[in-house]
Design a protein around this ligand. Structure first.
Ligand code: GCV
Length: 726
């Protein structure tokens, strides 16, 4: 068939439209929140194009090149025009990115460098006789990079440039991801594929992902990454692997991202050929000094060591009759000459200690407050047990005023539905950070402990256990990206509001359409309470099935260590349910400030969300709403299920605003979430009914299966842990 010119043109237009639609409906999420698609508001686009006709970026090293590349990509995409970089500032309708020291006198008077830390920045729109420009300035190149990403975010969010006055400095020094990535590329508690570190092809093959990983982290201010699992493998400290680590550090450096490694305490024996790893042994001390120097010779800005010791079978100083203090100070001394830090984890509980697990870390660390070297940070999980859907804050926060306590959040959802459930974690992080420890009177929030403002500030930090893997969209669930994003934003500023963060993420990732942003933000903010309701309501905790932690296992009672069994935590019996942590029980409450001891200890004032965390109560205990505890539990479980149902409805209405690919992904995942929410409700309520012997409340739907059915379920291949089967 011979095509006429007209038909050919029509085909071409059709093909272009098809391609456009395909790309629109095939967004696989790889670009994360760094989505620089064209500004779809025509008049705003015109205004931006006028205001940003050219760009001037100060000359410099690798970070300045990164800035230029990002502006080229960002402005090029958002404004859909070629970005014109000028060799000199014109000050007219120009974006200027310049170090503070290189600004002319007249511009310098407009910004006060005293307000800036080394990573901080100013963004200002300046309009006067001589200037008509947007200025990004900072003391350092990294500050300029952070300012550049912030500026691009302003455009992504369609905000006006007129009168722009931004001054930002991070409130926390070390803002890092902890990867629980093994050298064989499995990821402990990882649900988004395999480890992105391809140890086999490193150091010669630099995957584009490494660069995009660094970009994404820099865009939210993350400045550190511990590459390997805290359940560490000493091999990573051998020359063969250190060469690979160096290659990653070289990629990350221009983005301000420092590399840290997990140090296996027994490495001097395993890879050093010594007979002991005793922290007071002279050869061991020398071995760590030499090893540390070897690392710094390769990676001069190496961040330091992250250590899990004497916890869950990991080796540590206690194997030699020494203490955590001895172990941490040993490594601190080795790192000190190189300005590195030791991040020593407080996640410890002992198989020889039968006191309440919630109390053990405090008992081991608090007595040594003030004795740690000044380059030691103690990294404390947000709650005293283990990243549960809800826990009260860890009592160590505020209890060690002379020691920097670093926050550890879990971004990966080990206990919150893996990467299949939509649960917006910044809401959880915010709750913890805003909790009042009362350690120096009212207002002594966890955020103030973490940012060092409550006590003498030495070095401060916040870590998040990464949820990143080789999945196309990095995090498995498209909304898991919001948890990575939100963690970074809160590490930068622990006082940010989770709603603001959700809105930023939605606008940058999807669209600025208010009909999308409003309802989806609401859905995200409510999603955390939903998971608490359908998994662990009213203060219940750790009722997850054995090992893999996938799904409910409240009946599990046969694991070798008592505190690995869910029955240890809920203590359901014929009388009632809950863990008595008051004076009549484990007295864990005494580790909190007296104000909280009284508040949580008194049933009149204990918030219902912590009721069964602190109290063992009869099944017919009367809740504030007049219903029995038993009814209250059933109602909460049902509420959680209903909340997921509402999320599904909200998401269905969002079809017009989201590309088909991601819309479909989220719809399918919400379907799984609903199924699993019902599973949790039914399995837990049926099991507890064997003790309460009471009828389900009328508000609760009837269970879909029998208790025996739920007990019989097995998942030998559940992700996140190496599979085990018989
Ligand atoms: C890395 C929990 C997890 C473990 C994890 C541990 C930790 O127990 O289940 O997989 O190990 O916490 O934080 O060290």
């Amino acid at each position: 068939m011979k095509l006429t010119k007209k038909t050919r043109a029509a085909y071409l237009v059709g093909l272009l439209l098809l391609l456009f639609n395909m790309s629109f409906s095939m967004d696989n999420g790889y670009n994360l929140w760094l989505n620089y698609s064209k500004i779809d508001d025509a008049s705003l686009l015109e205004t931006y194009r006028n205001q940003l006709q050219t760009v001037f970026v100060t000359d410099g090293g690798a970070t300045m090149d990164v800035i230029k590349r990002e502006l080229d990509r960002g402005l090029g995409g958002l404004l859909q025009q070629e970005v014109r970089f000028e060799p000199n500032p014109t000050f007219q309708n120009q974006l200027i990115v310049s170090r503070y020291a290189e600004l002319g006198e007249d511009l310098r008077t407009l910004v006060d460098p005293a307000d800036l830390t080394s990573e901080g920045y100013f963004i200002r729109t300046i309009e006067n006789k001589k200037h008509r420009m947007v200025l990004i300035t900072a003391q350092t190149d990294i500050g300029l990079l952070y300012g550049t990403f912030h500026f691009l975010r302003i455009l992504q969010m369609h905000q006006a440039l007129d009168g722009l006055q931004v001054m930002e400095s991070p409130k926390v020094d070390i803002r890092m991801l902890n990867h629980w990535d093994n050298l064989d590329r499995t990821v402990e508690r990882g649900y988004a594929g395999f480890s992105i570190w391809n140890w086999h092809t490193l150091p010669d093959y630099i995957d584009q992902r490494y660069i995009d990983y660094a970009r994404a982290n820099a865009s939210i201010g993350i400045n550190g990454t511990a590459l390997t699992n805290v359940n560490a493998n000493g091999l990573v400290l051998t020359p063969h692997y250190l060469e690979k680590v160096k290659a990653l550090a070289d990629v990350f450096r221009p983005y301000g991202l420092k590399v840290y490694l997990t140090a296996r305490f027994s490495a001097p024996i395993e890879i050093g050929g010594l007979k002991t790893a005793d922290p007071l042994d002279a050869d061991v001390i020398q071995w760590w000094k030499d090893k540390t120097k070897e690392i710094y010779d390769l990676i001069p800005d190496f961040g330091g060591f992250l250590v899990k010791a004497n916890s869950e079978g990991q080796p540590g100083p206690q194997n030699y009759g020494r203490t955590h203090l001895d172990g941490a100070n040993l490594l601190a001394d080795a790192l000190k000459p190189h300005e590195g830090v030791v991040i020593w984890r407080a996640f410890v509980y002992s198989e020889h200690d039968d006191t309440d697990r919630a109390k053990q870390a405090y008992s081991e660390f608090v007595p040594d407050d003030g004795k740690y070297r000044d380059n030691v940070l103690i990294q404390v999980k947000n709650g005293p047990i283990d990243f549960q859907p809800r826990e009260p804050f860890h009592p160590m926060f505020g209890a060690m005023p002379k020691t920097p306590l670093m926050m550890e959040f879990q971004i990966t959802k080990e206990y919150l539905g893996f990467a299949t459930h939509l649960v917006y974690l910044p809401k959880l992080f915010e709750e913890v950070l805003r909790s009042d420890t009362y350690q120096k009177g009212k207002g002594s929030t966890v955020a103030k402990v973490v940012d060092g403002s409550l006590n003498h500030k030495k070095v401060t930090g916040m870590a998040g256990v990464a949820n990143i893997g080789t999945d196309a969209n990095w995090t498995g669930h498209p909304f898991g990206q919001a948890d990575w994003y939100g963690f970074g934003r809160l590490a930068w500023d622990p006082y940010l509001d989770s709603g603001t963060i959700a809105e930023e993420w939605l606008r940058c990732t999807f669209t600025n359409n208010e009909n999308f942003v409003g309802p989806v933000k609401k859905m995200m903010l409510e999603s955390r309470e939903a998971v608490v309701n359908y998994m662990n309501p009213l203060g219940l905790h750790h009722m997850f099935d054995t090992g893999h932690h996938y799904g409910p296992g409240p009946w599990v009672d046969n694991l070798s260590r008592p505190e690995w069994n869910p029955v240890y935590y809920h203590k359901a019996d014929d009388e009632g349910i809950g863990f008595d942590r008051t004076k009549t029980g484990s007295d864990a409450l005494s580790q909190y400030a007296p104000e909280l001891g009284e508040k949580f200890g008194n049933l009149e004032t204990c918030p219902e969300e912590y009721l069964l965390w602190f109290h063992h109560l009869p099944w017919d205990y009367q809740l504030k709403n007049g219903r029995t505890l038993w009814d209250g539990l059933g109602i909460k479980y049902q509420q959680g299920v209903d909340q997921v149902g509402d999320m599904i409805k909200t998401w269905e209405d969002m079809k017009p605003f989201v590309d088909e690919y991601r819309h479909n992904q989220v719809s399918m995942l919400l379907g799984i979430q609903l199924k699993e929410a019902k599973w949790w409700r039914d399995a837990c309520m049926l099991y507890f009914q064997t003790y309460s012997k009471m009828d389900f409340p009328k508000e609760m739907e009837k269970p879909e299966n029998t208790l025996e059915h739920y007990k019989s379920l097995q998942f030998p291949f559940a992700p996140g842990i190496r599979p085990t089967w018989n």
